[in-house]
Design a protein around this ligand. Structure first.
Ligand SMILES: [Zn+2]
Ligand SMILES: [Zn+2]
Length: 281
């Protein structure tokens, strides 16, 4: 009986989470669908090939990667504080949010820049990242088209340095508030930079990423392997991987074939399935 009500409780929490995610999705669609109609860069249909699959990725990727990284990050935070009691980490814990949030954005963007760049260079990691690049039409929803394994490593690369530097301290079940704020901002912004919008942001384009900046990351011509940062283009500038001309990429996607169905997209990159199936890019 107790067991049963316990399960019912969890089912209720899960249902509320799914409902909340569905409402976020509706809000995003209300913003981006009309904008992409009005200011389309490329002529496109609202319901394109793979929209259904990408919607499934939206729900899966809103849960799974966050669940997987929660425990290692909490363990890291607890370990750091126990090896350094009353020291740097306790001091940093009291820094105000307005100091921490900008630092968290920069540090996590540098961390995920390097993972992202590595995932383009390393054949095994590329198998998991290729799904994101397989989109031949780039629009706001392509933001969530990603393999959960790719997202787990990318987020860990962004957040482990944040914890090491004492910018996040939470050890409980809840996300650190600075990390939570940055995650919300980063997620909203990455929907924007995928959007099929012909807007150019002028001189600001070197300060914060734009659709033009990230669309070039999805190009399938000789300029691929540029623009790895998700928020700050100057990270690519500093490390020599920036490419942002006045025109737009001619073609998106990758040469390799990615399976059209969700389960195959999930399983295909796993090693020992089909050796080197998506290793070329
Ligand atoms: Zn990439
Ligand atoms: Zn992208």
């Amino acid at each position: 009986m107790i067991e049963h009500s316990h399960m019912a409780h969890h089912a209720w929490i899960f249902a509320k989470d799914v409902l909340g995610l569905a409402m976020w999705l509706v809000m995003l669609a209300v913003i981006f669908v009309p904008l992409e109609r009005l200011f389309a860069l490329h002529p496109a249909q609202i319901w394109r090939k793979q929209t259904g699959v990408d919607l499934s990725w939206y729900f899966i990727n809103s849960f799974l990667p966050a669940m997987v990284i929660a425990l290692p990050l909490a363990t890291l935070a607890r370990t750091l504080r126990s090896v350094d009691p009353g020291g740097f980490y306790s001091w940093a814990a009291h820094w105000p949010l307005w100091v921490k949030v900008p630092l968290v954005i920069v540090v996590s963007d540098i961390g995920s820049y390097w993972y992202h760049r590595w995932s383009h260079a390393n054949p095994l990691l590329w198998r998991f990242h290729a799904l994101h690049h397989s989109a031949e039409h780039v629009d706001w929803l392509v933001n969530v088209r990603a393999h959960p394994v790719d997202l787990v490593f990318n987020r860990l690369a962004g957040l482990v340095p944040v914890y090491l530097l004492g910018l996040a301290i939470s050890t409980g079940p809840r996300l650190d508030p600075a990390v939570a704020l940055v995650t919300i901002f980063g997620t909203a912004w990455t929907f924007f930079i995928h959007a099929n919008l012909r807007w150019r942001l002028g001189p600001i384009e070197w300060l914060i990423s734009s659709p033009a900046f990230h669309h070039w990351h999805h190009t399938n011509d000789e300029h691929r392997d540029h623009n790895f940062a998700s928020i700050f283009p100057f990270i690519d500038k500093v490390f020599g991987t920036a490419w942002l001309p006045n025109y737009w990429p001619p073609v998106y996607g990758i040469d390799a074939k990615v399976p059209p169905h969700l389960v195959a997209q999930l399983i295909d990159p796993l090693p020992d399935q089909k050796p080197a199936a998506v290793a070329d890019k």
